[in-house]
Design a protein around this ligand. Structure first.
Ligand SMILES: [Zn+2]
Ligand SMILES: [Zn+2]
Ligand SMILES: [Zn+2]
Length: 214
């Protein structure tokens, strides 16, 4: 597999494209893989058929990412970059270990703010529904990678929680001091509710972030 990647690098000198563009460029993956079903072959190894990996209910016991015996150099699932170029996971991961940019167009995909590289996304039945649009279809790369934005979200969630906790404690004191005031009781109820649902808002933000940008 490593050799196939090296061969591509050698053959694919600037200006000479040895690969079939239409088999490696998939700007609308949902339409291509769920509706059109063309026969695509990985243009790096010229061997792997690119099709959505079987869902978990098929009798396929190939190790999946996250399994302890998973080996990405054996994974034939299609992998896509924001520029809409596709190769099998084995080839894409081998290429990206040694290069910064896409194996086909050489575009270097980075998150603007944190400057970490944008990884490939795997095209599986489970993942394709939440795949962000590719760049040629108007998709965008998030300013921070998942890890950095999760850290920023955690920080924001902690600050928000602390602010709402403060408000809740003050409203509760006020309500205890003025049991006859409907206004104080209302404020107490609202503050309690806001404090309790804070985590839900953060969870929603997390899901939306994952589905709308790379
Ligand atoms: Zn391949
Ligand atoms: Zn590309
Ligand atoms: Zn980052």
């Amino acid at each position: 597999m490593r050799r196939a990647v090296r061969d591509l690098l050698r053959k694919d000198a600037p200006g000479s494209h040895q690969y079939a563009e239409r088999e490696s460029y998939v700007p609308s993956p949902k339409i291509t893989f769920l509706i059109d079903h063309p026969k695509l072959t990985c243009q790096i190894c010229q061997d792997t058929t690119l099709k959505l990996s079987s869902s978990s209910d098929d009798d396929d016991d190939t190790p999946q990412p996250g399994d302890f015996d998973y080996d990405e150099s054996e994974d034939r699932t299609p992998a896509i970059l924001p520029c809409a170029h596709v190769a099998c996971t084995a080839c894409m991961s081998a290429w990206l270990k040694e290069h910064d940019g896409c194996p086909f167009c050489r575009e270097v995909h980075k998150h603007d703010r944190c400057q970490h590289p944008v990884g490939y996304r795997q095209l599986t039945h489970a993942a394709i529904a939440s795949l962000p649009a590719t760049k040629p279809e108007g998709g965008r790369v998030a300013p921070d990678c998942d890890r950095c934005s999760a850290r920023a979200r955690e920080r924001r969630a902690r600050d928000k929680m602390a602010g709402l906790a403060d408000r809740y404690v003050r409203a509760r004191e006020e309500a205890e001091m003025r049991p006859e005031s409907g206004e104080a009781q209302d404020a107490h109820r609202r503050a309690k509710k806001a404090f309790e649902r804070c985590g839900l808002d953060v969870g929603y933000e997390e899901v939306m972030a994952e589905h709308t940008a790379w």
